[in-house]
Design a protein around this ligand. Structure first.
Ligand code: ADP
Ligand code: GLC
Length: 478
């Protein structure tokens, strides 16, 4: 099977969150299933070396306001198709936001172009390769099936994958013509969404199959609380909707070989973990103690529930625990954690920024990772935590609920606990659960057994890759 991925990010080239990790990892897992995947992403400045060394395979005289081309390049085990459109993507800074911190003013055109190029590949614009199925990821690729609908002639089926329904790509209806969409696409069955255009809505309405990234998130998406305005449409498409749990790249995230660690370790020989802990403590200015070291590696937005962590800091420090936080996002939250590091100097350390290597070191050196998300389609940091023996303390929602087994009495007796869950998702329950984790940490035998069990928990892609293949096959048959 030939498969085209269309997405706005891909590890290790360009990443703002978990989407990139998934796009970088799944093609390798699908290769083992006999699927050949090519990944279409925008040629942002970070891709310039690959543009220079790649081969042009298609061109557009005018792609939403400028010349553009598709350049094929092999890199990091991936077969990339880079959409080189300097007028849209050759910009310094964030891939989604301008220097003023707001969305780029032309994000509709930037990602319509990505979707349009994906659709063109679907209908044969490359010489020797046409996909049997297209997998469009998140709103940035949502218009792929819309452009395919406008094509006369056979088109491949599309699977739309929702990584986060909070981002829907909603734009003014007056943009229809500029986006190259015909007037008859502006209907409730097409791109129309409460009088506006929604890229994600279009993707959900017009694709043959729809997936999201965990079984619990599927169930949540069908409710008004989590569906964020799209629950009605998703209920209507329920028979074509499935939840396939994310995995992680076991080569990139492997404590036995990870070059970002100061010492490697494994479930059989855990000694190295302590050296990583010492390094994290020193990098975050934390003083020694006999409590656990908690970490957070996260975008700082209301989704991630870090305001609740602020409410818990008195308790956390009171239990003798330490906190190392790496993140960036909402300025108010950034400031609050910097203030907290001053207030609880030596016990709370904050680094504002994005640092891939440091995130690996923190997964290795911490005792537990805190993830109090209000909603979490899947979440990857708890999976990295499991793999590194860093027990996840998570809100019971989405993929967090599906991947962590709470250390309640029954699970401890049955030797199956791998972390801690809390619900309802409130500061009070979070504080209570942090206290539970601190207490269990003082029982090294139980904690050690949980660490080793967490490290053995299957977090790879093999099962999920097979599930994706089933969906692609079903899309071809529908
Ligand atoms: P989301 O995609 O909603 O941000 P995920 O848990 O799926 O959440 O993925 C987040 C990814 O981004 C993980 O790989 C995590 O390690 C990484 N990450 C988040 N914030 C940072 C940061 N400040 N520095 C380095 N990596 C980060
Ligand atoms: C989104 C979600 C996150 C998920 C990631 C990859 O960014 O917020 O929960 O793990 O996509 O699917």
């Amino acid at each position: 099977m030939n498969l085209l991925f269309v997405a706005s990010e891909c590890t290790p080239f360009i990443k703002t969150g978990g989407l990139a990790d998934v796009i970088g990892a799944v093609p390798k897992a699908l290769a083992a299933e006999g699927v050949s995947v090519r990944v279409l992403i925008p040629a942002y400045p970070a891709l310039s070396d690959h543009i220079a060394s790649g081969t042009q395979v298609a061109q557009f005289d005018d792609l939403f306001g400028g010349r553009a081309r598709i350049v094929a390049a092999q890199a990091d085990g991936l077969d990339l198709l880079l959409l080189d459109a300097p007028h849209l993507y050759d910009r310094a800074g964030s891939i989604y936001l301008g220097p003023d911190g707001q969305d780029w003013h032309d994000n509709d055109l930037r990602f319509a172009a990505l979707s349009y190029a994906g659709a063109q590949i679907g209908v044969g614009c490359l010489d020797n390769w046409t996909p049997d199925v297209i997998n469009a990821h998140d709103w940035q690729a949502g218009l792929v099936p819309a452009y395919l609908r406008q094509h006369d002639g056979p088109t491949p089926p599309v699977v739309m994958t929702i990584h986060n329904i909070a981002f829907q790509g909603v734009f003014d209806a007056t943009r229809l013509g500029a986006l190259g969409l015909n007037a008859d696409m502006f209907t409730p069955d097409g791109v129309e969404y409460y009088g506006k255009i929604s890229f994600l809505k279009a993707g959900i309405a017009l694709s043959q199959k729809v997936t999201t990234v965990s079984p619990t998130y599927v169930a949540e998406l069908l409710t008004p609380d989590f569906g964020m305005g799209l629950d009605g449409l998703l209920r209507a498409r329920q028979s074509d909707l499935s939840g396939i749990l994310n995995g992680i790249d076991l080569d990139v995230w492997n404590p036995a070989t990870d070059p970002a660690l100061v010492a490697t370790y494994s479930a059989k020989s855990m000694k190295g973990k302590a050296r990583n802990k010492a390094e994290v403590m020193s990098r975050f200015g934390l003083t020694d103690g006999d409590g656990p070291l908690f970490c957070v590696v996260s975008r700082m937005t209301s989704q991630k529930g870090l305001d609740m962590l602020l409410d818990c800091l008195d308790d956390l420090v009171g239990h003798g625990a330490k906190l190392a936080l790496l993140g960036s996002g909402e300025p108010g939250l950034e400031r609050a954690f910097i203030d907290a590091s001053n207030r609880y100097a030596g016990s709370v350390g904050t680094i504002i920024g994005y640092d891939e290597d440091l995130s690996h070191l923190m997964q290795a050196g911490s005792d537990a990772i805190l993830i109090p998300s209000r909603f979490e389609p899947c979440g990857l940091t708890q999976l990295y935590g499991l793999r590194y023996g860093t027990l996840p303390v998570v809100a019971r929602t989405g993929g967090l609920a599906d991947t962590v087994i709470d250390a309640n009495e029954a699970a401890l007796l049955a030797d199956c606990a791998t972390g801690f869950q809390f619900a309802p998702i409130t500061s009070t329950m979070f504080a209570h659960t942090i206290a539970r984790a601190c207490a269990l940490y003082q029982q090294p035998k139980i904690w050690g057994a949980m660490m080793r069990r967490a490290m053995r928990h299957p977090v790879g892609w093999d099962l999920s890759a097979a599930a994706y293949l089933d969906v692609y096959t079903a899309a071809q048959e529908s």
